[in-house]
Design a protein around this ligand. Sequence first.
Ligand code: GAR
Length: 205
Amino acid sequence: MVVKLKLGVLASGRGSNLQAIIDACETGAIPAEVLVVISDNADSIALERGKRHSIESIYVEPPAKGKKEEYELQIVEHLKRHGVELVCLAGYMRMLSNTLLDAFKDKIINIHPSLLPAFKGLDAQVQAFDYGVRYTGCTVHFVELGMDSGSIILQSVVPVYQKDSKEDLAQRILEQEHIIYPRAITLFAEGRLELEGRKVIITEE
Ligand code: GAR
């Protein structure tokens, strides 16, 4: 029997990456299972997706000013209650503080829609489009205090065509996100990611 890595997913919106992860778990493409979905947005499609798959899906009210620790402690409590071993941020639009980072040290990963360290922050696809790059892409990386600055696990390169609209480009990037996020989770599940300084070494199978 395959031992499945226990995942908790944090998502704020549409949840297409969450869906890609759930699907990969359910088909057995990756040795993992999503045990809990947590959102800071009560109306997020991500929560609906989780519920549709009978995964506990919880709204945690965003923190009032100065209450971030209490907010993150609630999230930690939910994740620990489910025995989560890897936390996946999937369109979770908040910076993490040490409360979450210390509770899951080197066990939180994120997907970002650019080739980091280019185009950090919001609307990375639009930033790349407006800048006029010929290639952009997406990155799965470990999460640390800085914004979109943690060690890089996987990247996928996407061409930008002159006839592209912003939406075309975002869609082309998203298709790659749905491929590399499950792949990165598999590498983590197989214990094949080693941190050497800020570099991630992918060890042989
Ligand atoms: C994705 O494109 C993801 O890379 C991005 O938000 C979108 C969420 O889509 N995340 C960030 O920009 C994080 N800095 P989804 O809800 O359909 O997965």
